[in-house]
Design a protein around this ligand. Structure first.
Ligand SMILES: C[S@@+](CC[C@H](N)C(=O)[O-])C[C@H]1O[C@@H](n2cnc3c(N)ncnc32)[C@H](O)[C@@H]1O
Length: 371
């Protein structure tokens, strides 16, 4: 255990150096909570790593527990990630962004291993923490592990989209699974001026984390400056890029040159903006002896394929919508705003569920969030 404490303080020092941990409350919480209690076994690079009687294997397990890695703890069919202990640097940045004053009531969506719930208990106290997970078994094991480390938050097995009105209002809601829209119950269960911190699930990725302040009529705020991708809510039926690629219908395609290359996605902020403006998966395909192809594929059957032709980039499109046209128009909007960073954008969600994406302020240029 003393070596666990040593490894933990090295990780904390790294998180301070990287700027992810800043406040004394969060630093103390990361120093106090033993992550190893919550991840006795996990999967990394296709193999299982666990606590072990063999000192060498046990040391390897402990070192991985205190590295800045997300640790996969539950895998479903088709290797889908079902639960994990998130990457510590992301957890730290999220807890800092949550601006916990030390006395707020918090609802966490996605208990998982219980590690983040333990950090929340350290920061605001057990009686102010409620954490929910859709998986009853996870709740049971998290409850046991939390108690063994001395924490007793309220844990409930349910679909987080409902929130948990019995313990509302909350000053903070933090979602550690992603959602495609902010569920209305989260707005009604958050106290006036409370915050909702949530990663918006998008097929195109983008890692958008909205930090919304709640008022009587809506929740509104900028995206945070860091990106983060949490596993999507299990309540969704997911499509995957490869299945869409395999089942695409290539009749009646149109082809034209394009002025934008696949490198537009290298810009993280444009990546987020594009992901919020359109619904599409991205897939890179390398056919034998042909140039690499970038595909955009949407569940409605629309597709676009970008390649480098002999005279420049070419795009071929098919299906009901022209995905590359939408991408180009998002790119034009983003560059004409001066290629702003992700935190220049924001989101407003009304009590009735309208989602509006905006630039700079709610009264700035705006777009309906496409889902
Ligand atoms: C990245 S893990 C959470 C990590 C966790 N906070 C921790 O510290 O270990 C995401 C969790 O969200 C849960 N989840 C997925 N969909 C959910 C839903 N609709 N409602 C509540 N929990 C959900 C999963 O079961 C999974 O445990």
């Amino acid at each position: 255990v003393s070596s666990a404490a040593q490894l933990r303080s090295t990780l904390v020092a790294d998180l301070i150096r990287s700027g992810d941990l800043v406040s004394p409350e969060c630093i103390d919480a990361f120093l106090a909570v033993p992550r190893h209690v919550f991840v006795p076994r996990f999967f990394l690079d296709q193999r299982e790593v666990s606590i072990s009687a063999d000192p060498k294997l046990n040391r390897e397990w402990l070192e991985l527990v205190y590295s800045d890695e997300p640790l996969l703890t539950q895998v479903g069919g088709s290797s889908q990630w079902l639960s994990s202990s998130s990457q510590p640097s992301l957890m730290a940045a999220m807890l800092e962004a949550l601006q916990l004053s030390g006395k707020g009531r918090v609802l966490e969506i996605g208990t998982g291993t219980g590690y983040n719930a333990a950090l929340l208990c350290e920061i605001v106290g057990d009686t102010r923490v409620t954490s929910v997970d859709i998986d009853e078994e996870l709740i049971t094991s998290a409850r046991r592990r939390l108690a063994s480390a001395g924490y007793r938050p309220t844990l409930v097995a349910l679909d987080g989209a409902e929130g948990f009105p019995e313990r509302s209002p909350y000053d903070r809601i933090i979602a550690t699974c992603s959602v495609d829209r902010v569920p209305s119950p989260w707005l009604s269960q958050t106290a006036e001026e409370g915050l909702i911190l949530v990663n918006l699930y998008r097929d195109l990725g983008g890692g958008a984390i909205a930090k919304l302040q709640v008022t009587e009529k809506e929740a509104s705020g900028h995206f945070v400056s860091f990106s983060g991708g949490y596993m999507p809510s299990r309540a969704y039926t997911m499509t995957n890029a490869f299945d869409l690629y395999e089942s695409r219908n290539e009749s009646n395609p149109t082809q034209r040159p394009t002025r934008i290359g696949v490198d537009v996605f290298n810009n993280d902020s444009f990546g987020m903006f594009a992901a919020l403006r359109m619904t599409a998966h991205r897939l890179t395909v390398t056919p034998e002896e042909e140039p690499e192809q970038l595909w955009l594929l949407s569940p409605d059957g629309s597709w676009a394929c970008h390649t480098d032709g002999p005279t420049g980039p070419l795009v071929t499109q098919g299906g009901p919508a022209r995905l590359w046209d939408t991408l180009e128009s998002a790119y034009t909007d983003w560059t004409s705003l001066g290629s702003p960073p992700r935190e220049s954008f924001g989101l407003t969600v009304t009590q009735t569920g309208e989602h509006t994406l905006w630039y700079d302020s709610p009264s700035g240029p705006s777009w309906t969030l496409v889902t």
